[in-house]
Design a protein around this ligand. Sequence first.
Ligand code: F6R
Length: 605
Amino acid sequence: MCGIIGYTGPLDSKKILLNGLTQLEYRGYDSAGAALCMENSHICLVRRTGKVANLKETMERITDVSHCGLGHTRWATHGGVTTQNTHPHQAGKVTLVHNGIIENYHQLTEQFHLEAKLHSETDSEVAAWVLDSLYQGDPLEAITRLVALIKGSYSFCIMFEDYPGEIYAIRNVSPLVAAYTRSGSFVASDLTALIPYTRQYFVVPEDHIVRLTSYKVHLYNLQRHEEMPELMEVNWNMDAAMKNGFPHFMLKEIHEQPEALRNTILPRLSKGLPDFTDDQIPDDIFTSCSQIHIVACGTAMHAGMAARSMMEPLLRIPVTVSVASEFRYEEPLIGEDTLVIIISQSGETIDTLAAMRLAKNYGAAALSVVNVKGSTIARESDYTLYTHAGPEIAVASTKAYSVQLAALYMIGCRMALVRGKYSVPQATEFMKKLLNAIPAMESMIAQKDSIKALVTHLINKSDAFFIGRGLDYAFSLEGALKLKEISYIHAEAYAAGELKHGTIALITEEVPVIAIATQEKVFAKTISNIREVKARGAFVILITREDAVLDGGVADIHIRIPKIGDRFTVFPIAVVLQLIAYYASTGKDLDVDQPRNLAKSVTVE
Ligand code: F6R
């Protein structure tokens, strides 16, 4: 989604804005712009559609120095990808950038008679003009009046012509972080833009205004009283946000998974058992609930699907998984007896956040599994289990998925232990098996060249199917999503036994099938389903455990994963599916890390 960077200080703001926008490119965008406050207080606006490189080309022609400015990458929502719609927007004395959606922009356009003034189709420009209309010389007052009028989600960064060298920002839902350093003051939509300059930052609280001057950041509530920001330390270094010799972030992040799993699991092991004391997660939330409801979006939701298939038979209580964007508009059957597990890499996904707020309103306890420290979901949930994947830059989630699974598996194991479903030796054995998944992942990463070779059978195809049963079906969902989002090959995941109830009509020689058969209980059944597609000409890539015994002719390509417990096969399989998608994307020469139309952190509905 949109990226924001604002800077004021002694350095050349042009460079800082361009660096920041480059760091934010991973979020996904389709145009970029900047506003530079020049020494004569004139505001110079530069906007280009396409990549930040286009903006850079234009900005490099500006020779005058500026020490204060705003930068923005836009992910189009209201209005197409045009220069006019690109941020920043200027309205009278106001220049602003915006992330989010102003829901009542039509009404505001009429109320403030803005029709003739607008140069763009954006809701953001409407907000700029409304702010300019409200402005009578005091930026804080104008901003508080603006937020009383607008409905929706937003973070704004604003420059007022009368206050050269100052930046104002306000947020509601959409994320913003700020920092002040010897090199000046910064505000950004995410931490990656600030890391080159500081390790200390603060999350701008909702409905708070920040005012940046070149040597200080002031924080105000909506009553315009100054407050002390709550400073936080970044828990990863710049290296983690660099490619470090890998051609793409996605490949680097696939390689980082074993380490990420260790970082997530090991600090929470006590005498071989999962222990969340340091996370301040009390056991009574695990013992007092009579059902679990998992809510998330996309890949995080797929981690939830796998966790459900693992947890429900183990705990013998209902475990439901919901897509957050649906859940939030339903009337879910949850209450004080429900443990709601919210999964989110970014901790900012708007539907997931809204779903969590709804669940809390119903009286459920909200336990979040989140990667980004200090994110809104982490702060608002009752309990947080941080995953330690480090920053995930590629739009397609890889390491965040496997650490979410590891965290959920640990929750499942702890719950089984405290609810008396597992004895101590059983729980210890479970954790041993979870740890064994790490070398299993490593061994699949080491086989990446053979996975690359098999992808030649996929890249000239327009459709593919992923099939499996039980847990293997949950893994298939993620495999299909990965392939779709970065290779643009249409892929569908199907429960292997369901295919013949209609969808098998689509199977032809042109449709490869990636079949996963690692679950002992349904192995023979899945193999029969594979024979059904094989009989219809499909090219079958089969993934099984290394000890699986197969008759000839079942598969065209057979990938064997190490022999680990049935429940844990997801970890090496995730690597295989991620590599298939990765090489399908590179084989088609696509933009792996920033696939079309996608954004890393989905902060609009
Ligand atoms: C796909 C992907 C998305 C995210 C989804 C939720 O590769 O990354 O499907 O999983 O947008 O994002 P978070 O986990 O940040 O809530």
